[in-house]
Design a protein around this ligand. Structure first.
Ligand SMILES: CC(=O)N[C@H]1[C@@H](OP(=O)(O)OP(=O)(O)OC[C@H]2O[C@@H](n3ccc(=O)[nH]c3=O)[C@H](O)[C@@H]2O)O[C@H](CO)[C@@H](O)[C@@H]1O
Ligand SMILES: C=C(OP(=O)(O)O)C(=O)O
Length: 415
């Protein structure tokens, strides 16, 4: 079992470069299976979710080659074997194999996905979309069976704004006959990234990034080359860590627009944030003001940064409120932060965080990916040594976390 060890109390200083986005990578890899020729994905982060996907692709018969941060995927000889469980359960985004295999073969059998446990995470909107495209859907013994000899474009209104359902429907629709219209679609930058790849492969997609997306499908998708957008959640985590340690950090290789909600909230606290074309510079201050945060679908404040931000708010002056409107129980980090001396109580979907609280290094466990990020931020602030277990969950989404933080002067290592 690996442990992350952090000796806190050192301000982070210097430059850090952000990797490609996890939530794009895990959608672009299955999207590549829609073509019968080679797709090259650049700026791929070296994270566990990508590694698990690589092994699933090998099981399916795709020829996968890794060259540094590139993945070459030749899906010409792909086979449509059932994927009931195992690797499928190790990540949330395995659900994209439903849309990809349905599009490519007209049928698929996939186990229910895993991913971070944040409260109920149904996939009813994904399935509603597949049914609208003409698929028969059956759920039994923990797996989904999909079959659609002829996928046909349709108008689909999502009852819930869902990143996964929007992308999954786009994948299947890219090879459907005719036009699909997704209404009340999610607008996250990762959706635009997937639309860009599918367009380069030959589908015609309009409206990605708005709440109405039109996809004109084709059977003629071909491989292409695509570079992944920067990971706004990784970038936000370094911005929060810089503010929390009262450091001075330039976060490079970012799209500042994608981080507007984080920049706005840091500025509201009194933290200095400067925007450049492809970088954000964060300078922490001695005293910060309390805040209220409400998570929302993009362009609102991202739920994936609510947990690390909570660690920062233990240092603000006054009592802050963090409400998660996306997930009902994304608060498993709270008990661990309290173990480190924080005073936080959870009332329904809201964490009430008492500020100006010194944190003391302790033995804590990352229950999920961003809970882990919250504990890393807390460990960087805390007096004495913090030992974090559950590191494999942090590895799902952060490339070279200790190296990047060490280069910024953080005292962090893995045992
Ligand atoms: C791999 C990936 O990209 N993961 C991201 C994706 O997860 P994921 O795609 O799973 O999240 P969704 O956007 O689908 O979920 C948003 C909300 O809709 C609900 N819902 C979703 C689908 C559905 O069929 N029915 C339903 O009720 C969910 O329970 C949740 O309350 O977006 C989340 C919200 O920004 C992020 O936290 C995750 O990091
Ligand atoms: C919740 C997350 O990931 P996933 O949906 O892959 O579990 C996340 O990246 O914070």
């Amino acid at each position: 079992m690996e442990t992350l060890i952090i000796k806190g109390g050192r301000p982070l200083k210097g430059n850090v470069s952000v990797s490609g986005a996890k939530n794009s990578a895990v959608a672009l890899i299955p999207a590549a299976l829609l073509a019968e020729s080679t797709t090259v994905i650049e700026n791929l982060p070296t994270i566990r979710d990508v590694h698990v996907y690589e092994t699933i692709l090998a099981e399916l018969g795709a020829v996968v080659e890794r060259r540094r941060n590139e993945m070459h995927i030749d899906a010409a000889a792909l086979t449509n074997i059932p994927l009931p469980n195992g690797k499928i359960k190790q990540l949330r985004a395995s659900y994209y194999l439903m849309g990809a295999l349905l599009g490519r073969f007209g049928k698929a059998m996939i186990g229910l996905p895993g991913g971070c446990s944040l409260g109920p995470r149904p996939i009813d909107q994904h399935l509603k979309g597949f049914v609208a495209l003409g698929a028969q859907v059956e759920q039994r013994e923990g797996a989904i069976y999909l079959s659609a000899p002829n996928l046909k474009g349709a108008r689909i209104y999502l009852d819930v704004v869902s990143v996964g359902a929007t992308i999954n429907i786009m994948l299947a629709a890219a090879r459907a006959e005719g036009t699909t219209v997704i209404e009340n679609a999610a607008k996250e930058p990762e959706i635009i990234d997937v639309a860009t790849l599918l367009s380069s492969m030959g589908a015609r997609i309009k409206g990605a990034g708005t709440d109405v997306i039109r996809i004109q499908g084709t059977q003629e998708l071909t491989g292409c080359r695509h570079s992944i957008i920067p990971d706004r959640i990784e970038a936000g985590t370094y911005m929060i860590a810089a503010a929390a340690t009262k450091g001075h950090v330039r976060v490079e290789n970012v799209i500042p627009k994608h981080l507007e909600p984080v920049t706005a909230k840091l500025r509201e606290m009194g933290v200095h944030v400067k925007e450049y074309d492809e970088a954000l510079q964060v300078r922490g201050v001695d005293s910060t003001r309390k805040l209220d945060i409400k998570t929302l679908p993009y362009p609102g404040f991202p739920t994936d940064l609510q947990q690390p931000f909570t660690a920062l708010l233990t240092q603000a002056e006054g009592t802050s409120l963090v409400t998660d409107n996306i997930y009902s129980s994304r608060f498993k980090h709270v008990d661990e932060l309290c173990r480190m001396g924080a005073t936080i109580r959870v009332e329904g979907r809201t964490a009430v965080i008492l500020g100006s609280t010194p944190l003391i290094g302790s033995e804590v466990r990352a229950s999920d990916l961003r809970a882990g990020a919250a504990l890393v931020v807390a460990g960087l602030i805390a007096e004495k040594v913090t030992r974090i277990t559950g590191v494999e969950l942090i590895d799902r989404g952060y490339e070279n976390l200790e190296e990047k933080l060490s280069l910024l002067g953080g005292h962090i290592w893995r045992e």
